[in-house]
Design a protein around this ligand. Sequence first.
Ligand code: THU
Length: 160
Amino acid sequence: MSGHQHQIIFERLPDVASLSPSEQELLARALQATDGAYAPFSRFRVGCAVRLADGSIHTGNNQENLAFPSALCAERTVMYHLGSHGLAGEVRTIAIRARSELKEIAQPVTPCGACRQVLVEYERMSPEPFVLLMQGASGDILRMEGVEACLLPFAFAIDF
Ligand code: THU
């Protein structure tokens, strides 16, 4: 069978040493953002920090609800906020961190499928692929370039 291949290039880093100061700051801000999570049900707090083209940082966190499906992930909370302020095309770098009130999260946390689809759509509005940084409360960091290229190849797309 003849086929095609899709290669995903990513870095798995043991610490922040090889990251730029700007990326280190964004990871720190994502962890800080977990403080604002409303997660009384899962006790799993996610923070997402976004760097825009002008250098500014914007953050969001997961917001749960007694009616479980009404909850919103950290990534979509901040991306929809930015979109609602006309900043959809300005996103450049995204850091995602998580900590649990129940146990140590020492492995990188990656976005859920629904958030990937949303991130892809915002990435398509931007002039360049997003840089993504993912980490738990501690431990290795995943770094990759391109939501669509690395996290959601063949994402849904349609021309209305
Ligand atoms: N969560 C996020 O905020 N982002 C993700 O990408 C995956 C999961 C939240 C949703 C819920 O509040 C908690 O983490 C546990 O699933």
